[in-house]
Design a protein around this ligand. Structure first.
Ligand code: C2E
Ligand code: CA
Ligand code: CA
Length: 268
């Protein structure tokens, strides 16, 4: 009975969240924050990851991991995902206009969920978002997960190829947590591997995590891919990564995800 009640409560909370999420876009409750990506050689900002935020009018800030899941399951992610992309493009149009970002060398990274990627007109949507803001495709890097790839390898490859031709690049997010198979990695036009933060967390204390990171960096090198570490919080973690030849990182050590005004101050 207790189990039943708990499940029922969880289900009704999800339903409530879905109802609230349906209104959130029109009420302007979503925001996008930007976390800088750093080249540790020279401590330069070379990119930014766009991360959505939801401020519930009564409950306050909500966990993206939770509400993204509800958006994905309900299909609302299609509408919200388009909004996030347009919002990020709008923000970066300003930064480019101010001369703070060079769109030919900087990467604006946007997370793409499986349902978004599966849209038949996904490629056209991406192209439209960029061109309507006058931004070159080279500015955009899409962060995808193995979940996207596994659902439909052929369709994934063909969409990725079309986007690559336009100049869009790709990062494999949360790398190391799924299958991370060399077979599919070799077939995908991925540019960057993003080492999952769960390995970074204990990199300096757990030899297993250290070994996994070493293997990912070696894999990236032999496949001629870039590698970036996420969730870097301490100088020791960064030192360890740099020792392996991984120079790109993002994490609280440099900065939390910030509203665009604050991100802009960092660029200056
Ligand atoms: P993710 O793509 O792996 O994003 C990285 C997460 O790590 C973010 O959590 C970020 O705030 C957090 N993070 C960054 N640096 C550090 C650090 O040094 N230490 C720790 N402990 N955490 C750090 P966030 O913003 O809560 O997002 C969680 C997940 O929600 C994301 O994981 C992503 O899967 C999803 N998500 C967030 N924004 C979007 C979006 O715009 N679209 C889609 N489809 N998914 C999103
Ligand atoms: Ca990500
Ligand atoms: Ca990640």
């Amino acid at each position: 009975q207790m189990y039943h009640n708990t499940m029922q409560k969880a289900a009704s909370e999800r339903l409530r969240m879905e109802t609230d999420l349906r209104l959130a876009l029109s009420r302007g409750e979503f925001h996008v924050h930007y976390q800088p990506q750093i080249d540790a050689r020279g401590n330069r900002i070379v990119g930014a990851e766009a991360l959505v935020r939801w401020n519930h009018p009564e409950l306050g800030a909500q966990s993206p991991a939770e509400f993204i899941k509800v958006l994905e399951d309900s299909g609302l992610i299609l509408e919200v995902g388009t909004w996030i992309l347009d919002e990020a493009c709008g923000a970066f149009k300003q930064l480019v206009a101010k001369g703070l970002v060079n769109p030919l060398s900087f990467s604006l990274c946007v997370n793409i969920s499986p349902r978004q990627f599966r849209q038949t007109d996904f490629v056209e949507r991406i192209e439209h978002s960029l061109s309507s803001h006058g931004l070159p495709c080279s500015l955009l890097k899409l962060e995808i997960t193995e979940g996207i790839v596994i659902q439909n390898l052929e369709d994934t490859i063909s969409k990725m190829r079309r986007l690559k031709k336009l100049g869009v690049s790709f990062a494999m997010d949360d790398f190391g947590t799924g299958y991370s198979s060399l077979t599919y990695l070799k077939r995908l036009p991925v540019d960057t591997l993003k080492i999952d933060q769960s390995f970074i967390r204990d990199a300096t204390t757990d030899p297993n995590d250290a070994e996994i990171i070493r293997a990912i960096v070696a894999m990236a090198r032999s496949l001629e891919l870039k590698v970036i570490a996420e969730g870097v919080e301490t100088a020791e973690q960064l030192e360890f990564l740099q020792g392996l030849g991984c120079h790109f990182y993002q994490g609280y050590l440099h900065s939390r995800p910030l509203p665009v005004e604050e991100f802009q101050k960092l660029l200056k």
